[in-house]
Design a protein around this ligand. Structure first.
Ligand code: HEC
Ligand code: HEC
Ligand code: HEC
Ligand code: HEC
Length: 198
């Protein structure tokens, strides 16, 4: 009798611990996802046409193409990368040739085509956090920069670029310095003066 009682008390306790764990787990997961959700270029384009059009012409918008077999074959050969191999599913390339890979962004070209390449959010951070009515929106054009930054907007500096422009890339010359101002002018998008105070 006693043994049965004890074990049923035990299983009730185990059950409630499990329930608490589940409730806690579930309440944590969506909050983290909402903070860091990647929304894709189409969302940014609606309000930032000039930047989006200029970005589209840069090489960085097309870097996913470089992972396909046969593309940039000569350069690949020169760097001992097999030009016939398909690297579009290779995690050692995707971290720098897509947006948010391994961080809730790009998964594969079939399910997340809008996040292939170095898109807006690779430099400016995932929009899900700061694209809110009371943050970056047409209702709040004079948002405070500090508020959107706290919600995940990145004002890119040399460190942002160094996430990819570093020697882990087979194509980055060892020891070559990265001139931020020069590269910013070449590789991001055209820059336009902001209209509002932030
Ligand atoms: C609903 C409209 C809207 C959308 C969508 C939007 N933005 Fe903005 N964004 C604005 C407005 C308004 C400003 C302020 C413009 C100004 O001052 O001229 C701004 C400013 C910015 C700035 C400059 C901030 C600063 O303080 O220097 C960056 C960077 C930016 N947006 C990036 C993005 C990115 C990346 C996306 C997509 C993930 C995006 N925006 C989507 C409305 C939007
Ligand atoms: C650490 C980030 C990083 C990783 C990892 C990475 N790349 Fe890149 N890749 C870059 C950067 C940055 C450049 C541009 C270098 C420059 O122009 O200074 C680049 C350039 C290239 C180029 C163009 C080279 C040229 O001169 O035209 C090809 C092709 C390429 N990468 C393929 C790959 C492949 C295939 C892999 C995986 C085996 C890979 N990359 C892994 C960051 C990376
Ligand atoms: C997510 C990874 C990633 C980030 C972040 C990144 N880059 Fe790149 N960048 C690349 C890759 C990959 C290439 C190779 C493009 C090619 O050779 O076709 C490249 C190429 C370039 C080029 C050569 C483009 C051209 O048209 O010749 C410039 C310039 C550049 N990046 C500047 C920057 C600057 C400035 C920053 C930071 C504000 C930055 N990049 C951030 C991955 C990245
Ligand atoms: C390779 C990195 C990179 C990418 C990709 C990128 N940006 Fe930027 N963006 C920058 C840098 C660097 C600045 C200038 C920051 C500063 O003020 O010094 C900037 C500034 C801005 C600004 C402020 C106004 C201006 O024109 O300078 C807006 C708005 C903006 N970006 C939107 C976008 C949108 C929308 C996209 C995608 C279509 C995008 N950016 C893609 C690096 C990038």
């Amino acid at each position: 009798m006693k043994i049965v009682e004890r074990s049923s008390v035990g299983s009730v306790m185990v059950l409630s611990i499990l329930l608490v764990c589940f409730a806690f787990g579930f309440s944590l997961v969506p909050r983290v996802a909402a903070q860091g959700e990647y929304v894709g270029v189409k969302k940014c384009r609606v309000c930032h046409m000039p930047q989006a059009n200029a970005w589209e012409k840069t090489k960085m918008s097309k870097v996913f193409e470089l992972l396909k077999p046969g593309v940039a074959a000569e350069v690949k050969k020169a760097h001992k990368i097999d030009p016939e191999k398909d690297y579009t599913k290779d995690s050692s390339c995707l971290q720098c040739h897509t947006t948010g890979y391994g961080k809730g962004g790009f998964k594969d070209i079939e399910s997340t085509p809008d996040l292939a390449g170095v898109t807006c959010e690779a430099c400016h951070g995932p929009g899900g956090g700061y694209l809110k009515d009371d943050l970056m929106s047409l209702k709040n054009k004079e948002f405070k920069r500090a508020d959107v930054q706290a919600a995940g907007l990145v004002i890119p500096d040399a460190k942002t670029c160094a996430n990819c422009h570093n020697e882990k890339s087979p194509f980055v010359e060892k020891g070559a310095p990265f001139d931020f101002e020069k590269r910013k002018a070449q590789g991001t998008h055209e820059h336009f003066a902001l209209k509002y105070k932030h």
